[in-house]
Design a protein around this ligand. Structure first.
Ligand SMILES: [Fe+2]
Ligand SMILES: [Fe+2]
Length: 244
């Protein structure tokens, strides 16, 4: 996962977002998962957020996420499905922006592949995809998007870049956490680490696409502004077995 963005620090200050290992210890989740997740969170420490994210996911999230792997996989499948649909929606709403159409078609194909892979994990576990209850995190971020047509496109691309960056951070946490858990399915950790690298690439792609619509300096400033909002919106979400 890249920890830089064009060699520039885009981290707005100040940011909150302290981890909460102690809170994890008090959770009534599966004892084994909680135990290893606490240990993992302690090893992880507070090494700083993934750029351009303003803060890092609270340590307690990992244990909660893994406390119900089925629910997590269902939410993850919906995320991949929505990522594919979002790419096509952008093409549908901005068909005249030729520079971004082909990259978005390619992205939609890759996200659909991810959806198929996660859905296969569900099927292998005898699980059924349930109704998507929506994503308050993404909805909260979209509230920050400007309204004029091109400004809104830039903001939607940058919000997508931040969602991808947060997804990359969390999928890597899952990858590391599952790989550290000897009792987990041995293929899941590497699977999530691979997906984390892909989503980090999507973060960078969306920033590049925004720069095809607006000047670089405007994109950098807007990304920093939206990253600060993303940090607050992320922390406002209850901890749950969800990607966001
Ligand atoms: Fe994906
Ligand atoms: Fe993605």
């Amino acid at each position: 996962m890249s920890r830089t963005l064009a060699g520039q620090s885009l981290i707005p200050a100040p940011c909150s977002g302290e981890g909460a290992v102690g809170a994890l210890e008090g959770l009534s989740v599966d004892g084994h998962v909680a135990h290893f997740a606490v240990a993992f969170a302690r090893r992880r420490g507070h090494q700083g957020a993934v750029e351009p994210l303003c803060n890092q996911t609270p340590d307690a999230w990992l244990g909660v996420a893994l406390s119900d792997l089925g629910a997590l996989l269902i939410d993850h499948a919906h995320c991949e499905k929505k990522a594919a649909a979002h790419a096509i929606t952008l093409v549908n709403q901005y068909p005249e922006q030729s520079a971004i159409v082909t990259p978005l078609i390619n992205l939609a194909q890759e996200e659909l592949r991810h959806f198929r892979q996660v859905f296969a994990l569900l099927e292998a576990r005898g699980l059924t995809l349930t109704i998507d209850r929506g994503d308050p995190y993404v909805k909260g971020l979209m509230g920050a998007a400007r309204h004029s047509r091109l400004e809104r496109l830039v903001d939607r691309l940058l919000i997508a870049s931040l969602v991808e960056a947060r997804s990359a951070e969390r999928l890597q946490l899952l990858g590391d956490g599952l790989s550290a858990d000897g009792s987990a399915d041995g293929t899941l950790g590497p699977f999530y680490s691979r997906l984390a690298r892909a989503e980090a690439g999507h973060h960078r792609l969306f920033v590049r696409l925004a720069k095809k619509i607006a000047p670089d300096d405007d994109v950098k400033a807007r990304l920093a502004h939206l990253a600060a909002i993303e940090a607050e919106v992320m922390l406002a979400q209850p901890l749950a077995p969800r990607i966001h």
